[in-house]
Design a protein around this ligand. Structure first.
Ligand code: NAP
Length: 434
């Protein structure tokens, strides 16, 4: 009998797993991808920056996977709401958890609950049309914003905040977000790194974009740049760091006076407190030095006045009811993806929130290898029983063909050259299906 596999989630880790299962197991496997939204692709839709459309093109390969004969997409079905994990395990030979890390890690300093503090997961979700974050309604009526963190998410946010409407014309920023961001009087964005330029996590392509913005100049303090990157054994790391240092040195030489907006790279500064009354008025930082790779406080403090603080210090997974969870590491503990008999984990819920889209490919391949090795033949009812259960519970299943209709409606209502005008609620997406 066919081996039945349910994959929970439909982001990159889920699709790489489906693809690997189809490749490794051919027609001996039936793969159901279960997604709580009517739209597939997880972080490709809700995380990748709206002006990085080339990155989103990976969804074309995922689309081919979704249309393989072994694969079905079950959108608008939520594990924990429509059925629980135990029920799913009863129906499928294997369940793969690919639910990612959708929430914010806090910085952990006083003042983080003030009005005007928006975590990166919520903020990025808001401007990318994630239905859960549309109520965020950030108040961006401020001249200065502090983005805490030196990763690619921090860079994405800083860039989206300072680009002009013309620069965003071919992006898929939502209407609501465009209205708020483009009406904001922001002139200065501070990107705060608790360590130095060599330790920063952003990659070079993303960093270089900061030097090519129409009305915004990058500001780098030459005194914070080392002469060289020092000794690094890893070749790839070394090349990246050398390129970043060279780019930052170029930024020092760029005249800022001619541009009305600025992105300030503030290195060696660790957040101590978010200042203000009810609402943010500034961020207090401690000057650091890097010792043995770690940021160490120097006892010297300074303040950056700002009306908004966006912590972009990493994402966080939450427990899936019915699966084990390591609260400290915020992952589902596993032996290289094996969680329990018949349960597997891939992507950020397995490894934590690091790496690029393609980092998920080996995860999917490993999970497929495990499933092939662990389950010789199918013993559980799989798809038909799942579908019957959902029908009994009156769940409105969104098929992949349905999703293509929703997508066509988003494309049809877009204003050229934007690729799509996103629906930002489940009701709107379902509405497009009539
Ligand atoms: P990240 O790369 O892990 O960066 C997190 C940043 O937050 C680091 O600079 C970290 O500093 C800092 N940080 C953590 N805790 C802090 C604290 N308490 N106080 C101050 N700073 C703190 O995470 P991310 O930016 O969220 O990105 C997640 C993953 O998605 C990354 O692998 C990223 O490359 C990927 N991504 C890729 C792209 C792209 O390819 N264009 C775009 C977006 C995201 P330390 O280094 O000192 O810990």
């Amino acid at each position: 009998m066919t081996v039945s596999v349910a994959i929970v989630g439909s982001g990159p880790a889920a699709f790489y797993t489906a693809q690997a299962l189809a490749e490794q197991m051919g027609d001996t496997v039936a793969i159901d991808i279960i997604e709580r939204f009517p739209s597939p692709y997880g972080l490709i839709r809700f995380g990748v920056a709206p002006d990085h459309q080339t990155t989103k093109k990976v969804s074309r390969a995922f689309e081919k996977t979704a249309q393989l004969p072994q694969v079905r997409f079950f959108g608008n079905v939520e594990i924990g709401r429509d059925l629980n994990l135990d029920e799913l395990r009863g129906l499928y030979d294997a369940v793969v958890l690919a639910v990612g890390a959708p929430f914010d890690r806090p910085i952990g300093v006083p003042g983080e609950n003030k009005k005007g503090v928006y975590g990166s997961a919520a903020f990025v979700g808001w401007y990318n049309g994630h239905p859960d974050f549309q109520d965020l309604k950030p108040n961006l009526q401020t001249k200065a914003v502090a983005v805490v963190g030196n990763g690619n998410v921090a860079v994405d946010i800083a860039r989206v905040l300072v680009k002009t409407p013309e620069e965003m014309a071919d992006a898929d920023l939502t209407d609501q977000a465009a209205a708020v961001i483009h009406a904001a009087p922001i002139t200065d964005v501070y990107m705060i790194g608790r360590r130095g330029p060599i330790e920063a996590k952003f990659t070079n392509v993303e960093l270089r974009e900061m030097g090519k913005l129409d009305i915004c100049a990058p500001i780098v303090d030459a005194a914070q740049l080392p002469e060289t990157i020092g000794n690094l054994d890893d070749d790839r790391e070394r090349r990246l760091k050398e390129r970043n240092l060279a780019t930052l040195k170029e930024f020092v030489g760029m005249a800022s006076q001619t541009k009305p907006r600025r992105i300030h790279f503030v290195f060696y500064a660790s957040p101590v407190e978010i200042l203000g009354g009810d609402a943010v008025e500034g961020i207090k930082l401690e000057r650091t030095r890097v010792v043995g790779g770690r940021a160490e406080g120097t006892g010297e403090f300074f303040t950056i006045p700002c009306g908004v603080v966006i912590p972009a210090v990493g994402y966080r997974s939450v427990a899936v009811d019915g699966a084990p969870f390591d609260a400290k590491a915020a992952v589902v503990p596993s032996q290289d993806g094996r969680v329990a008999p018949g349960v597997y984990a891939v992507g950020w819920i397995k490894r934590g929130p690091t790496g690029v889209i393609a980092t998920n490919r080996p995860d999917g391949e490993t999970a497929a290898e495990h499933i092939k090795a662990d389950i010789a033949k199918g013993a559980k009812p799989g798809r038909i029983a799942f579908q019957t259960l959902l029908e009994d519970r009156e769940v409105r299943i969104v098929t992949f063909a349905d999703w293509k209709k929703i997508e066509a409606a988003e494309i049809a209502r877009a204003k050229t050259p934007s690729p799509r005008r996103k629906f930002t609620s489940v009701a709107e997406m379902l509405g497009a299906l009539g």
